[in-house]
Design a protein around this ligand. Sequence first.
Ligand SMILES: Nc1ncnc2c1ncn2[C@@H]1O[C@H](COP(=O)(O)OP(=O)(O)OP(=O)(O)O)[C@@H](O)[C@H]1O
Length: 383
Amino acid sequence: MAILAQDERPSEEGVAAGGQRGTVVLRGVTKRFGATTAVDHIDLTIPGGSYVVLLGPSGCGKTTLLRMIGGHEMADAGDILLDGVRLNDVPAAQRDISTVFQHYALFPHKTVAENVEFGLKMRGLPPAEREQRVSEALEFMDLSNLRDRFPKQLSGGQQQRVALARALVTQPTVLLLDEPLGDLDRLLQLRMRVELRTLQRRLRISFIHVTHNQEEALAIADQIVVMENGQIKQVGSPQDVYRRPSNLFTASFMGDNNILAGRVLSIDGDVVEVVCDGLRLRTSGVPHPLTVDQPVHASIRAATVRVRPEATAAMDLPPNCVAARATFIEYLGDIVKLHCQTASGLSLIAKLPESDTSWQHIREDETDLVLYWDDADVQLLTA
Ligand SMILES: Nc1ncnc2c1ncn2[C@@H]1O[C@H](COP(=O)(O)OP(=O)(O)OP(=O)(O)O)[C@@H](O)[C@H]1O
């Protein structure tokens, strides 16, 4: 099938030996709009054949970065390379990169088949080859029976498949997706994220997907790039970013982390103790150097906090344990969130599986509890 022809293409110069095509390298990429620095000296390597998600809040610069990779925006500084070739001066239509734009940007007065054909026409392919490639792309995206419809006669999910077919028909080595699930209802989003991941695995090209939705990024990505104010805050696998946020922004943005401000109490080899409003935290293997009394922030993921009832008010607890009461029990189906408060007024959240029936015996503001977690669940954060 033509849309899968990627595998049949000879490898080209610039692709590392044994590496996959579609490796994007960004070096010092910067974009300013007047006084706003939308993208600020970004260095990033996107490995060929990987699914990378640019994740961050509105305005952090993810769309601008995607547009520069696609050639729809010019960088003010820095280099963008695809498989070793500098792209800065290569027009969008000549890059081996396609984009699925936010809200799909289908041509309303063209049929599905004409929309898909557009990129091939721009590239000057002869009509017979265009027709063959369009038919194959429509079949690939399960759209053959809709080929003569206009976009307004399609559901949101069908429009998205047309946008994907239109982008893939040119056989790119990199596919850019700007908020591709934003226009779909929740159930369709859940289905489409599996479909996008499956599609990427079948095609084995690089997908670079922009979203502000943490769950979507965790579900789809090989690698998540967390962005804030035009800069990269953390790059890692979903597990890394979720379990081991390295900085305050990532820990807050990923949600459901208990973030506490405190200071370093002691350092013994690689074991560090921190005190936050009387609560002692212990951790080890801290990735950055620290000194005693240094102010720090710590993060404890809510899902790692465990809870046991305590008949008498707990005294002299070791590090990573604290007496508390649940002030609000939030039932969320698969999980139950206990919003707790310690005697010193610290707020902590514990997330328990619904099947762990122990939460059913807890009474709001009444039951004395001990919250506890492992050393490995305490992350010390950089600013
Ligand atoms: N064409 C433009 N002219 C002026 N400012 C712009 C332009 N495009 C983007 N910006 C600004 O650059 C910054 C980054 O915008 P960008 O659209 O890249 O962010 P984003 O992370 O994709 O946000 P969203 O999720 O809301 O789309 C914002 O402050 C935005 O207002």
